[in-house]
Design a protein around this ligand. Structure first.
Ligand SMILES: [Zn+2]
Length: 193
């Protein structure tokens, strides 16, 4: 669905219009980025494009700590004909799939679970379940960066059922525990003038 050359030209000029529309995986570093990432641009032969952060994670890549994929804007590419996908995404980002069976969730959108899964594969390159998992970690990451909540509060506010589960999923995604990120962001705050 994503045209490689169009995406590549967009990321080389760090085009903000594509922010949230696609994400870039970098084979050499195993991380994924937004098109607007300020880091040195990887060589074209080492990258691939995916239509969602969840698809990048499913492919085994971890989020970049500089461009913070969890802060990418909600993609406007879903306007118009893809309204079911857009609605599903909004609900999942709000946490609506965290405690609900996929079949029940899909019926709220007026379709079956199978159809919803097919739409996700086509438009987002991932499954509703993987997207919900990424959305939980992203909510937690934003809370880590932007609040002084305790780890347990972050875990529950982000939609995890236990602190242990939060720690495990976070570590799997970022290859480091949430406490390492927390310390890192507090240090950054101290450096502000
Ligand atoms: Zn980046």
């Amino acid at each position: 669905m994503l045209d490689f050359d169009i995406c590549n030209e967009a990321r080389l000029r760090r085009d903000a219009a594509y922010d949230g529309v696609f994400f870039i995986t970098v084979k050499t570093t195993r991380i994924y980025c937004r098109p607007v990432c300020p880091a040195r641009q990887p060589k074209t032969e080492n990258i691939r494009f995916y239509p969602s952060a969840a698809a990048c994670e499913q492919a085994g890549y971890r989020p970049c700590l500089r461009c913070r994929p969890e802060t990418a804007p909600f993609s406007a590419a879903w306007n118009g004909t893809k309204t079911t996908v857009e609605r599903a995404l909004r609900l999942i980002n709000k946490g609506d799939l965290d405690d609900t069976e996929l079949e029940i969730f899909a019926s709220r959108l007026g379709i079956g679970a199978r159809h919803l899964t097919r739409l996700f594969r086509t438009h987002l390159g991932t499954t509703p379940g993987q997207l919900a998992k990424t959305a939980r970690v992203q909510r937690a990451k934003r809370l880590l960066d932007e609040t002084d909540l305790s780890m347990i509060e972050i875990a529950y506010n982000a939609g995890f059922k236990s602190l242990r589960r939060f720690n495990a999923v976070f570590k799997e995604t970022y290859r480091r525990p949430p406490s390492a990120i927390k310390r890192r962001s507090s240090r950054n705050i101290c450096h502000l003038p």
